[in-house]
Every structure is written in structure tokens, then in C-alpha cells.
Ligand binder design. Structure first.
Ligand code: 5GP
Length: 114
């Protein structure tokens, strides 16, 4: 099923795109929780991590490589950052188009709320 992220990738809906290649797109989160908050998403609409298949191996790997590139672009590679992928209800996933949050620019604190 198509989500708002597919429309951002295709350019139908505006977003601040910071990186795009043949497999992934990255854009600034509309509601940032850190000075740097970027979403790295596959161009192909994959709903969740559960929906990844063997053929998506290059895409999944590219998400990490893109995050590395963007972190350097944003100047937070040395200070550090966090990559998060939420899956389904308990993971807190809201948009059902696979995405990795790239967060940085400040000390992020504990991994999860207790
Ligand atoms: P999730 O909770 O699914 O892991 O994260 C979804 C993220 O997408 C949230 O951080 C939310 O702020 C962001 N988001 C939702 N709708 C839009 C949108 O239309 N544009 C952008 N740039 N980000 C969005």
C-alpha cells in the first residue's frame, strides 16, 4: 500500500531531500526530535522490516551506506548519531513505508524510555 513517503520520493509532496540514489531517498523529518533528524527510506515501498525479502539485500545495505554518507554531509559523523528502525505497534511505527531515522547533533540519552 502506498504511503505519504512514496509521494515524497516521487516529488508529488514536498520535503527537504538531502540524498537520493537509485535505491534510497533521504529527507528531513517534518517533526524533528534532534538537531539532525533525517529519514532514510527505500524508493521501493516496503512496509516494515518484516516485509524485507532476500532480493532487498542491496536496498537494505544501501540504507546504511546512505546514512553514513549523510552523517558526514551533516557534520555529525565524528560527534556521533543513532540509527533507529521502528517496526509495527510495539516499535512505534507510524508510517508503513520502511524508514531508518538518522538522529544526531546532540547527546541523545538512553536508548528507550523505561
Ligand atoms: P515512525 O514513527 O513511523 O518510525 O516515524 C515516522 C516519522 O515520519 C515521524 O518521525 C514523523 O514525524 C515523520 N513524518 C510523518 N509524515 C511526514 C511527512 O509528511 N513528511 C516528513 N518529512 N516526515 C513525516
Amino acid at each position: 500500500m502506498s504511503t505519504i513517503f512514496s509521494q515524497i520520493i516521487s516529488g508529488e509532496i514536498p520535503a527537504t531531500i538531502v540524498y537520493q540514489d537509485d535505491l534510497v531517498t533521504a529527507f528531513r523529518d517534518i517533526n524533528p526530535v534532534a538537531p539532525v533528524h533525517i529519514l532514510v527510506v527505500p524508493n521501493k515501498a516496503i512496509a516494515t522490516v518484516n516485509d524485507l525479502v532476500e532480493d532487498d539485500e542491496r536496498t537494505a545495505g544501501r540504507m546504511l551506506l546512505a546514512a553514513r554518507t549523510i552523517a558526514a554531509q551533516e557534520g555529525i559523523d565524528e560527534s556521533g548519531y543513532r540509527l533507529i528502525i521502528n517496526c509495527n505497534r510495539d516499535g512505534g511505527q507510524e508510517v508503513y513505508h520502511l524508514h531508518m531515522h538518522l538522529l544526531g547533533g546532540r547527546r541523545l540519552g538512553p536508548l528507550v524510555a523505561r
